[in-house]
Design a protein around this ligand. Structure first.
Ligand code: C5P
Length: 220
């Protein structure tokens, strides 16, 4: 039995990239280690939450003590999220591929000896964050999305919050000079109905703990 401010609360976290198959041996992916989502799940669990951790194929191992649901594609991630609901809060930290290959080949695409090249047709993936944010019945009380921006971070993230319908956006500046992409630190702006709050640069673990504390405040 867990104590802590989030005891008795169920929180859903998505994390990692998705892989969209081209054929049985090839895929399209997003660049994501899963580090920030994993740290968030661990921090929520440390505050006593029961955490469902829906993760794509990440580089880092899922935290101990959470309910891990491993998925590969965006469509599988949406299915796992729908099965995991209801939840008191849902944090969407996954880097979901915007497109999948419209019809993945059942067998390996052979290299054509005459040099002709294959072409891929894409289909749009479901926007899991938008779908859950706009649920009419059983929407989690708190829905949090992420935004990786390279310019006009606050303006773009604020527009994204409105478009998706989530409560908060955790926005980070991933322009190359920040060194954030792939690094252990993060500099985020928390966008809510109250405006934009800039957090000092800190480690991804510290971001996770600060966010988990905010989630606890919002749910109690
Ligand atoms: O639109 P964009 O991909 O920038 O939005 C990022 C946010 O939306 C992240 O929280 C991400 O986890 C979520 N997302 C999602 N499903 C998608 C695309 C993004 O849940 N298909």
């Amino acid at each position: 039995l867990s104590a802590g401010p989030l005891a008795g609360k169920h929180v859903l976290v998505t994390s990692g990239p998705t892989h969209e198959p081209i054929d049985p041996v090839r895929y399209i992916a997003n660049r994501s280690s899963g580090a920030q989502g994993t740290a968030i799940a661990a921090a929520l669990s440390a505050l006593g939450a029961s955490v469902t951790f829906v993760t794509g194929p990440a580089d880092v191992r899922p935290p101990a003590g959470v309910n891990v649901v491993a998925v590969e594609t965006a469509q599988e991630m949406l299915g796992a999220v729908q099965v995991a609901l209801p939840a008191d809060a849902a944090i969407f930290a996954a880097a979901v591929a915007d497109w999948r290959v419209a019809s993945a080949n059942a067998s390996k695409i052979k290299k054509d000896t005459s040099g002709s090249l294959p072409s891929l047709e894409f289909a749009e993936n479901p926007d899991i964050l938008a779908i859950v944010s706009q649920m009419v019945d059983g929407r989690p009380k708190l829905v949090v999305g992420f935004a990786a921006e390279t310019d006009d971070v606050v303006a773009h993230a604020t527009a994204k919050r409105d478009r998706k319908g989530c409560d908060w956006i955790v926005a980070n500046d991933v322009s190359p000079e920040t060194g954030i992409m792939g690094g252990s630190e993060n500099a985020v702006v928390l966008i809510s109905s109250g405006g934009a709050e800039e957090w000092p640069r800190m480690t991804k673990d510290q971001v996770a703990r600060k966010l988990a504390a905010r989630v606890a405040e919002a749910l109690t």
